[in-house]
Design a protein around this ligand. Structure first.
Ligand SMILES: Cc1ncc(COP(=O)(O)O)c(C=O)c1O
Length: 422
C-alpha cells in the first residue's frame, strides 16, 4: 500500500499527482484494470466468452480504451454510452445495448451502428425495435433480459433480478415473448440475457440465476428458436471493506459445469469488478473542526464527487496519503465533504491521524460508480481523472472550474437588461 512513505498508484506517488493536478482527483491504475480482465480471460480459457465491460461503472474514454485494447467489448445502456464505446475504439460487434427503456433515436443509432445485440426489457420496447428495424430494412439482433426472480443477496437498491423489480421480462412469460419476437419481421431473436444485481459476493445467487437462464434457453431452442448466445450479465462483487469476492475461477467452473454439452456463445458484463479496486479518489483537508462532541475532517471532495456513501451507505476505506509514523496517535473522526447536505458524510468514527488543512487522503476502491455519478451540485471544482500506467500518467479528464461548468448556460434576452423593478 505505502511505498517510500506515501500511497502510490503503480509507480507514481499520489502526492505527486495531487500536487500537479489538484484535488479532488480520481486516479486509476490501467495495469490493475487489465489484470482483472486477464483473470477473467484466463479463468475462461477453456470456455471462451466475450467480456463486455459495463461502461456505466466508469465511462472515461481512456478507461474503456485500456480494456478494449486487451479484448473487452462494451455493455452500454444508452446511445451516449454507445457513442463513448465507439469513440474509445470498441468495435460495434463487441457492443451490447441494454437499458430499461431505449428511445427510437437510440434504437436507430444502435442498429445503424451494427451493435452485437439489443437486450430487450419489455413488449412495447420490442415493438419499437421491430418498427425501427423494418424502417431501416434490417432485422434487429435481440435478446430478452429475463427476470429470473432470484434475490442477489446484495443491497436492495442494487438488486435487479427479483420479481417486481423494474428490470427485464418475467421468467414465466419469456417463452411466449420469444414466440412473439420470432414472428416479427424486424426482429431476430439471437440470445437470452440476465443480470440480477451488483456487488454480489456469493456464488449461489449467480448459480440460481444462471441455471434458470440456461433452462429457459433450452426450452426456447426446443420450441424451434435457435438462440445462439447467452449473456449472463455482471454483478461480480469487489472488496470495499472485508468482503471476500468470488474468484473468477469459481465463476468459470460454475459456468463450465452448467453449460457442459451446450453449444452457446457466452457474454458477461462486468463493470465494478474490472475497475473499482483499480481507482482511488484523492482529496485534501480543508478544515478540521470539533463540534457537538464530534471531530470532523472536512474535505474538498463531497457527495458531488463520490455519492456512493450518501446514496447506498457504501463504505470506502480512507487513508492518509502520507504514511502515518508507527507511533502516530489515531483519533476517531467523521470524514465529511463540504456540501450543504446532512448526508454528505463519507464515514463516521474513522481512525486517522490528526490531519491538518492541506493534508491529503485517498478513498480506496473508488474506480467504479464514482466519477460517473458526480454532479455540479454546489458548484465546486469537479474532480479531475488521471490514468496511471507503470510510471506514466496522464490527466484523462480535467477538473472543471465552476465557470466552465456554467459556460453553456444562457440568460434569455428578456432578463439580460438591467433590473426591471416592480
Ligand atoms: C444490465 C447490466 N449489466 C451489467 C451491469 C454491471 O454491473 P456490475 O458493475 O455490478 O458488474 C449492470 C449494472 O447495473 C447492469 O444493469
Amino acid at each position: 500500500m505505502y511505498h517510500g512513505g506515501g500511497l502510490a498508484c503503480e509507480g507514481v506517488p499520489l502526492e505527486e499527482i495531487a500536487r500537479e493536478v489538484g484535488t479532488p482527483a480520481y486516479v486509476y491504475s490501467a495495469g490493475a484494470m487489465r489484470a482483472r480482465l486477464r483473470e477473467f480471460h484466463e479463468a475462461f480459457a477453456d470456455r471462451p466468452a466475450l467480456f463486455c465491460y459495463a461502461v456505466k461503472a466508469n465511462h472515461n474514454l481512456a478507461v474503456i480504451r485500456n480494456l478494449a485494447r486487451v479484448g473487452a467489448g462494451a455493455d452500454t445502456v444508452s446511445g451516449g454510452e454507445i457513442e463513448r464505446a465507439l469513440a474509445a475504439g470498441v468495435p460495434p460487434e463487441r457492443i451490447v445495448f441494454a437499458g430499461v427503456a431505449k428511445t427510437d433515436d437510440e434504437i436507430r443509432f444502435a442498429l445503424s451502428t451494427g451493435v452485437l445485440q439489443l437486450n430487450v426489457e419489455s413488449v412495447p420496447e420490442l415493438m419499437r425495435i421491430d418498427a425501427v428495424a423494418r424502417e431501416l430494412q434490417l432485422r434487429a439482433p435481440v435478446a430478452f433480459r429475463i427476470n429470473p426472480d432470484v434475490d442477489a443477496g446484495t443491497l436492495s437498491k442494487i438488486s435487479t433480478g427479483r420479481k417486481g423489480d423494474k428490470f427485464g421480462v418475467p421468467f414465466d412469460e419469456a417463452a411466449d415473448l420469444y414466440a412473439l419476437a420470432a414472428g416479427l419481421e424486424g426482429i431476430n431473436p439471437v440470445g437470452l440475457h440476465l443480470h440480477i444485481g451488483s456487488q454480489i459476493t456469493r456464488l449461489d445467487p449467480f448459480a440460481a440465476a444462471y441455471r434458470r437462464g440456461i433452462e429457459l434457453l433450452r426450452t426456447i431452442r426446443a420450441a424451434g428458436i435457435p438462440l445462439r448466445r447467452l449473456d449472463l450479465g455482471g454483478g461480480f462483487g469487489v472488496r470495499y471493506k472485508n468482503e471476500e469476492p468470488v474468484p473468477a475461477s469459481a465463476f468459470a467452473a460454475l459456468v463450465q459445469g452448467l453449460t457442459a454439452g451446450l453449444d452457446v456463445e457466452l457474454v458477461f458484463e462486468p463493470g465494478r469488478a474490472l475497475v473499482a479496486e483499480a481507482g482511488a479518489l484523492v482529496a485534501s483537508v480543508i478544515y478540521r473542526k470539533e463540534s457537538g462532541g464530534r471531530r470532523f475532517l472536512i474535505l474538498d471532495a463531497g457527495m458531488n464527487v463520490l455519492i456512493r456513501p450518501a446514496l447506498y451507505d457504501a463504505w470506502h476505506d480512507v487513508l492518509p496519503l502520507a504514511e502515518p509514523r508507527p507511533e502516530a496517535h489515531l483519533e476517531p473522526m467523521d470524514v465529511v465533504g463540504p456540501i450543504c447536505e446532512s448526508s454528505d458524510i463519507f464515514g463516521r468514527d474513522r481512525y486517522l491521524p490528526l490531519l491538518d488543512a492541506g493534508d491529503r487522503v485517498a478513498f480506496l476502491s473508488a474506480g467504479a460508480y464514482g466519477s460517473v455519478m458526480a454532479s455540479d451540485y454546489n458548484s465546486r471544482v469537479s474532480a479531475a481523472e488521471v490514468l496511471v500506467d507503470g510510471d506514466r500518467w496522464a490527466v484523462v479528464k480535467p477538473g472543471l472550474a465552476p465557470s466552465r461548468q456554467f459556460a453553456d448556460e444562457t440568460i434569455p434576452d428578456w432578463l439580460a437588461a438591467g433590473p426591471e423593478g416592480d
